[in-house]
Design a protein. Structure first.
Length: 257
């Protein structure tokens, strides 16, 4: 097994010297190997391999000056030592600590300064635990929240600034709330609404400015509402509406008396 980097340097750029390493005794027993598994190497794969081979040594490295060492040591260190890392200056260290701790510690990172941490935290939480993140400043965090939070808690995101967030909301909100989004300013959101509305409710979208929405409406709306769509300015909308009109069953004639 080899690595692509053909030199061994520490995080300060100096060449790694096995002769001065406190773990020199490990080399003889196969516990470490230059340019393959070394805690002093700046290359993350080699640090990771060192701790995979020697997990019991991780506790001694959670305060190391190089963040890669702290982050990787956090994957193996004693759980009781990890809370202190939630205040680490590096987001990777904070996340690696949080993912191993009980949920009450993860909740602290809902307002983490780094979006990547908040995104990952959102994937671990459920229900009302996610409520404080509905107003997160980063749209992708809100997108993750929108896809995981209970549908009944999605109200604050129905008017989110980002269309992609509102589109996910349109897919998940309770059915009774759908009419509240039929005038959304983004056609992709209105299309999702149209796909969920019942045929009886689609008439509110039959004059939508986007042909894709009108096509969805023409495909499913009750047949007695098709006349206007059969004359639609878009040929595809016309076609589907007229096809449905053509196959509409005729009402039986009333028998004479």
């Amino acid at each position: 097994m080899t690595d692509d980097i053909d030199e061994a340097r520490d995080w300060l750029g100096n060449k790694v010297d096995c002769g001065t390493c406190t773990h020199l005794g490990l080399r003889a027993s196969g516990g470490c190997r230059l340019m393959q598994a070394c805690v002093n190497d700046r290359y993350a794969r080699r640090i990771d391999r060192f701790f995979n081979w020697n997990p019991a040594l991780a506790d001694a490295y959670i305060t190391h000056p190089h963040f890669e060492v702290r982050a990787i040591a956090a994957k193996h260190a004693n759980l009781f030592l990890l809370p202190m890392l939630l205040d680490d200056a590096e987001e990777t260290v904070r996340w690696n600590a949080a993912r191993r701790l009980p949920k009450r510690f993860v909740l602290r990172l809902r307002s983490d300064p780094h979006r990547e941490v908040r995104m990952r935290v959102a994937t671990l939480l459920e229900g009302e635990e996610l409520a404080p993140m509905l107003s997160d400043q980063d749209y992708y965090v809100r997108l993750v929240v929108a896809s995981r939070i209970a549908p009944a808690l999605l109200g604050p995101l129905m008017n989110d600034d980002e269309p992609e967030v509102r589109r996910v909301v349109a897919l998940r909100i309770p059915y009774d709330w759908l009419l509240g989004m039929v005038n959304d300013r983004d056609s992709s959101v209105r299309l999702e609404i149209a796909r969920r509305l019942s045929p009886d409710s689609l008439r509110v979208l039959r004059r939508d400015p986007d042909w894709r929405v009108r096509y969805e409406v023409a495909s499913r709306i009750t047949t007695d509402e098709l006349a206007e769509l059969a004359e639609d300015e878009d040929s595809m909308v016309q076609e589907v509406a007229r096809a449905r009109v053509a196959i509409r069953p005729k009402r039986p004639r009333e028998s004479g008396t």
